[in-house]
Design a binder for this molecule. Structure first.
Ligand SMILES: Nc1nc2c(c(=O)[nH]1)N[C@H]1C(S)=C(S)[C@@H](COP(=O)(O)O)O[C@H]1N2
Ligand SMILES: [Mo]
Length: 331
């Protein structure tokens, strides 16, 4: 039997060491002449170049109309970091891979299916995704389980608005989400090694009360425009009080169900990633502490912006969802 976690360590050491240290190492190698121009490219950039040559298609985003949110003193992570430092293993496991490999991602036509235990199942076309409900800006902190975080101005609508259209039945206790499966477009799905050992499609889930919480967002854009492919175009989930891996990208199916659905990182390493995955500074990852995080802001080479991690990522209004639950056991 393939023990994926051991053969393909899913989170690499450099992802939990300081990015500055990692970048400095590369800088030193470059100065010593060990890295040519090619070595400075992300590993899979060359693949994209081979496939598309100079005619490589360019993904186009478009401006959205939305109501702006007042920013109460959060320093936003700049657009180039939000769209250049990503986890999207379908396009490769390094932080620069998704941007390098996803620019030819074809999202038209797209179909998002909403079904399962509902009165009225339906599907939405690409155009319809932007019209489910009035679009609103939501400035949210995103805390990755790897102990880095960003502040991102998303644009989207509450997941609740979409679920209501389907009229969930009484038996619907959970919501299951699924990312597109298309190995022709996603090099990580075409190779176990490139895809970090994940059994695709990437799947995620929420309890129904979490899903209909007003903070739970379906995002179709960020920084004023529709989503770049590396951030999960055309539609992705954002659950700001949970570790980033819950915020599944490029969703094609949302299914209401009576049973807790399987989730990708829990399948891969159940002792490291639970179903709930609420941000919790008191529950360490088995391989590192979750007490603090590196906030990615303007991010020069020598920034080392470490801050305390807050329970529920600072979104205390969700605490009542978990009253009476042992959050160490249900991590
Ligand atoms: N389909 C899919 N969704 C995904 C991932 C992924 O690899 N595949 N990575 C997750 C992780 S670990 C994080 S931290 C966030 C990162 O979102 P961002 O790149 O937009 O910041 O996406 C999440 N959603
Ligand atoms: Mo993450």
């Amino acid at each position: 039997m393939l023990i994926k976690r051991q053969r393909y360590p899913s989170i690499k050491e450099h992802q939990v060491t300081d990015e500055a240290v990692y970048q400095q190492r590369r800088q030193i190698l470059k100065q010593l002449g060990f890295m040519g121009a090619g070595a400075l490219l992300a590993p899979h950039q060359s693949l994209a170049l081979n496939l598309f040559g100079d005619d490589k298609p360019k993904f186009k985003t478009h401006p959205l109309s939305y109501s702006k949110q007042e920013n109460h003193g959060e320093t936003l992570t700049p657009f180039n970091k939000v769209s250049g430092h990503n986890n999207f293993y379908e396009f490769g496991t390094d932080k620069a891979d998704p941007k390098a490999n996803a620019q030819a991602f074809d999202i038209d036509p797209w179909l998002l299916r909403v079904d399962g235990q509902v009165e009225k199942p339906f599907s939405l076309s690409l155009e319809a995704l932007y019209k489910v409900a009035p679009l609103e800006e939501r400035i949210y902190r995103l805390r990755c389980v790897e102990a880095w975080s960003m502040v991102i101005p998303w644009i989207g609508f509450p997941l609740k608005a979409l679920l209501e259209k389907a009229q969930p039945l009484n038996g619907a206790k959970y919501v299951a989400f699924e990312t597109l499966y298309d190995p022709k477009q996603m090099p990580g799905q075409a190779s176990v090694f490139r895809g970090g050992g994940i059994d695709y499609p990437y799947v995620e889930g929420l309890r129904i009360d979490e899903a209909v919480h007003p903070l739970t967002l379906l995002a179709v854009g960020l920084y004023g425009n529709s989503l770049p492919p590396q951030n999960g175009a055309p539609i992705r989930l954002v659950v700001p009080w949970k570790y980033g891996f819950k915020s599944i990208k490029s969703i094609v199916r949302i299914r209401l169900t009576d049973k807790q659905p399987p989730t990708t990182w829990n399948l891969l390493a159940p002792n490291e990633y639970g179903f709930f995955a609420n941000v919790n500074p008191k529950v360490d990852h088995p391989r590192w502490s979750q007490a603090r995080e590196r906030r990615i802001t303007t991010g020069g080479l020598f920034t080392n912006n470490r801050i305390d991690t807050l329970p529920f990522n600072g979104y205390n209004e969700v605490a009542s969802l978990y009253r009476g639950m042992d959050l160490r056991r249900f991590y």
